[in-house]
Ligand binder design. Structure first.
Ligand code: DX5
Ligand code: ZN
Length: 215
């Protein structure tokens, strides 16, 4: 079964705790937490104090997606008892190998993400180090954008490299995932699908989570 990580970016910020509880109870596998700095992406979301305020409410682990410049400066703030993955962007890291090791040194699983215009070859030297590769299927910055179909080619490529080299990273996709494309996402080899508007835009959020997982 594909794992589902609802993106809190599309949740009700005026009652975040309620939405977090709802998706945890409905069978979400992770909480996808989009941190945006207004520099790496043209939007600002929230920081570590908001994330920490959820620690006693969340019953599934955090999948933290840092869309920020200078991630090394902030990684530590996102290390909580609930943090499973911290993912940084290849495009934001000059010393990618060092940043990945910094995350792992804190006892957290490390993910690396690539934007739609970034090829898989740019992360070939770190694939043996990471626990997760996050393929962006929209340009990061906003929820509710249209899925870029070409991203599935990168998922297949990553799956093939994983097999050929005997590696064990998970493959995650983020952006524009919905009921219409989730079966193609799964067939391409995605282990964890992020969904923001497809989850929180539904009338029955609980049912939508089950429908997305049961493809
Ligand atoms: C985009 C974020 C995504 C986004 C997904 O920059 O990384 O996680 O919230 O939202 P949807 O599923 O609505 O595209
Ligand atoms: Zn994200």
């Amino acid at each position: 079964m594909i794992k589902l990580a609802p993106s809190l970016l599309s949740a009700d910020f005026s009652d975040l705790g309620k939405d977090v509880k709802l998706v945890c109870d409905a069978g979400a596998d992770y909480l996808h937490i989009d941190v945006m700095d207004g520099h790496f992406v043209p939007n600002i979301s929230f920081g570590a104090c908001v994330v920490n305020s959820l620690n006693n409410i969340a019953t599934v682990p955090y999948d933290i997606h840092l869309m920020i410049e200078n991630p090394d400066q902030y990684i530590k703030e996102f290390v909580t008892e609930n943090t499973a993955y911290i993912t940084i962007h290849q495009e934001a890291c000059i010393h990618l190998n060092r940043t990945i090791n910094n995350i792992k040194d804190m006892g957290i699983k490390a993910g690396v993400s690539i934007n739609p215009a970034t090829p898989v070859s740019t992360i070939s030297e770190v694939l043996d180090l990471v626990d997760l590769v996050l393929v962006m299927s929209v340009n990061p910055g906003f929820g509710g954008q249209t899925f870029i179909e070409k991203s599935l080619k990168k998922v297949k490529e990553l799956k093939q490299i994983r097999e050929e080299k005997g590696l064990d990273y998970k493959i995650e996709i983020d952006g524009g995932v919905n009921l219409e494309n989730i079966s193609r996402v799964k067939a391409a080899g995605v282990d964890i699908a992020v969904a923001g508007s497809a989850v929180f835009g539904a009338n029955d959020i609980s049912k939508r989570i089950k429908d997305l997982k049961n493809v």
